[in-house]
Design a protein around this ligand. Sequence first.
Ligand SMILES: Cc1cc2nc3c(=O)[nH]c(=O)nc-3n(C[C@H](O)[C@H](O)[C@H](O)COP(=O)(O)O)c2cc1C
Length: 363
Amino acid sequence: MGGLFKSLTIGKHTIKYPIFQGGMGVGISWDELAGNVSKEGCLGIISAVGTGYYKNMSFVDKILSSKPFEAINFYSKIALNEIFKNARKICGDNPLGANILHAINDYGRVVRDACEAGANVIVTGAGLPTNMPEFTKNFPEVALVPIVSSAKALRVICKRWSERYKRVPDAVVVEGPLSGGHQGFKYEDCFKPEYQLESILPQVVAESTQWGSMPIIAAGGIWDRNDIDTMLTLGASGVQMGTRFLGTKECDAKAYQQILPHITKDDIELVKSPVGYPARALKIGVMQRLKEGNAPKVQCISNCVSPCQRGKEAKKVGYCIADSLGKGHLGNLEEGLYFSGANGYRVNEILSVKALVDELTKR
Ligand SMILES: Cc1cc2nc3c(=O)[nH]c(=O)nc-3n(C[C@H](O)[C@H](O)[C@H](O)COP(=O)(O)O)c2cc1C
């Protein structure tokens, strides 16, 4: 290990380096970040979440406190097209992905929108995407990549897809509990050795061999080239990284450049989310306000995710996920929600995407 990387083929698309930049919403991995990551030979993944916030909400209908109104505007097709168009100006024809959470309202419509916008790869987590191929029938060249946290989840997906659609995933991301954002585990399981990436990765690799071979992409807590090499030794064909890309100049949520160099390990915690999974976030913005008992009033405007039931779960946990992530993207440090992986405190310096990719790939 430690030599030159092999390229990675996902369906009909080949990526020079076996590194995915994880999709990060709201407005964290959009045209600038994903476009530059793909330009540098990794897979840039555009987040399809909250595209209504793109360019200060200039593509959508807004009412009530200037927020995108309903799922049709929160997941704006016009804005998603613009994001892809602008990313393509940076990366040309290199493979480019879209990240679409299964838990969102309008999932099928947004998958179709992403295909029409020119996504080559679609990555879906936050739920079991047993119906994902349903929405890509007219786009056979688009590669489909579910995110799982267990071998069992991969088994369920492969069984359903092979029965219903006569296909299996083109690759699978297996995400362990050090990742940023939503976790595929119960809160207490996030700390148990048997759920760590090093334990679940070999199980997912073993399961995948039952279904023909597909590349397995390891995610969660991967920091440097040594970590990447460890994952490849454990049977992964590539890795997905989020937090390292938060600390880049091209990250589309510019507030992270201000925040990350100053946080410590203790500033990162697992919090409750209206999506129904624990999420790893920074103890600033809305999380700080919640502790002080003065978080903004919850009012469902964007109707973003089905498990929240139009604000019911948001009221229980005390904050709206769409509004808080939207504010995070807009740089509202008082009320924004800022996700981070467990390694967020290790970002001491903001690098260009090119410098980061060079660091990870050159030996
Ligand atoms: C700020 C932030 C936002 C994220 N948003 C999403 C998202 O919208 N959809 C998703 O599937 N994963 C999301 N993730 C997970 C990343 O795509 C990636 O898998 C994960 O961060 C990998 O772990 P790492 O951060 O330790 O590298 C997010 C992660 C971060 C740090």
